[in-house]
Design a protein around this ligand. Structure first.
Ligand code: SF4
Ligand code: SF4
Length: 324
């Protein structure tokens, strides 16, 4: 059987999604028999011109990770879309903004001010910040990608065929998804390649998850010794399992760490709103000071409830009224 051509590209991301391909371990040898990765900047040294030289649709699939923060990322996403039969939004940043989209809580100016002007470790007396067009000291024109005011998910700038969330998707998830793609055994376009049920349903601690919680305060994991068997919510430790999609095999729970929600929302609901709803009956706080005590255990509510999904949330999506 002739090999199919594929690409892996990273936009605004940490590189963990590229690492997850390596996490396939020996399974990558079988995939290598079927797939020729012709463009993968993290692992080789290809040029944009290599992609431009391909015929439209010549790539069987492109796995694009990372959110869209710059004009260069948007251009590459559009180029790969044109050259690919299938595009998979790979990882939580591509699917729903991920960690980079938490920056949508701030404007570009606020980010630049902090990064280039106000940080106590900066020495920048001329107040230089990056601009798309400038001249070098020798007078040569220099061009940088435009840093957008908003972080977008991949589906905001191109049509995405499938989504595989995760921070990053683990080896088993990647192997299952790649096998389905190579065998053409795929759900309807636009689907998320994971079960549409909440993580709690496959969690070994589900039996101890109470119907009605009566905690009076949330505790941070650094302040308590978590019981290795009890549901985290039952211990007053915030766990995003009720609002998070299943499919990872619960590695964090098995490591005695609560779920932080990296597979994104289950169903089409806003992940944070769903979690707040799940906690609706929580706590015995009736007085204002009790509510304050309860909230003190969640020092960063937006970063807790929307850590991986700010771009697709009700809270963050208003930033996308103006397209790049
Ligand atoms: S809340 Fe967390 S610990 Fe409890 S059942 Fe759900 S996933 Fe498991
Ligand atoms: S348990 Fe939660 S945070 Fe951990 S891998 Fe699964 S979805 Fe992601």
């Amino acid at each position: 059987m002739p090999k199919v051509k594929a690409a892996i590209y990273w936009c605004s991301s940490c590189g963990g999604c590229d690492e997850s391909i390596v996490d396939l371990g020996e399974r990558i040898l079988a995939i290598r028999e079927l797939v020729d990765f012709v463009f993968w900047p993290c692992a080789m040294d290809p040029k944009t011109s290599d992609v431009e030289a391909l015929a439209d649709g010549e790539l069987a699939v492109s796995l694009i990770n990372g959110a869209i923060r710059t004009s260069e990322q948007e251009e590459m996403a559009k180029l790969l879309r044109r050259k690919s039969q299938l595009v998979v939004a790979f990882g939580s940043c591509a699917c729903s903004g991920g960690i980079p989209a938490l920056a949508n809580l701030k404007s570009r100016k606020a980010i630049f001010d902090r990064a280039y002007l106000d940080s106590p470790t900066n020495v920048n007396p001329e107040g230089t910040v990056p601009v798309p067009h400038s001249l070098t000291a020798d007078g040569y024109p220099m061009e940088l990608p435009v840093f957008y005011d908003t972080v977008y998910e991949l589906g905001d700038v191109i049509e995405v065929d499938y989504l595989l969330p995760g921070c990053p998707p683990n080896g088993d998830m990647v192997a299952t998804a790649l096998t389905a793609i190579l065998e053409g055994n795929l759900p309807p376009k636009g689907s998320i390649l994971l079960p549409d049920i909440a993580l709690c349903q496959s969690c070994a601690r589900n039996e101890t998850k109470p119907d009605q919680l009566t905690i009076q305060e949330f505790k941070r994991l650094i302040h308590v010794q978590a019981d290795p068997v009890q549901c985290f919510l039952n211990q007053g430790i915030l766990c995003m399992g009720p609002a998070t999609r299943d499919g990872c095999g619960t590695p964090c729970i098995q490591g005695n760490m609560p779920c932080t929600g990296c597979l994104g929302p289950v169903g089409s609901q806003d992940q944070g709103a769903r979690m707040v709803s799940a906690l609706g009956g929580i706590g015995e706080a009736v007085r204002e000071e009790d509510v304050a005590t309860l909230l003190d255990g969640i020092p960063d509510p937006a970063g807790t409830f929307y850590r991986y999904s700010m771009s697709s949330s009700f809270l963050g999506s208003h930033r996308k009224d103006v397209k790049p």
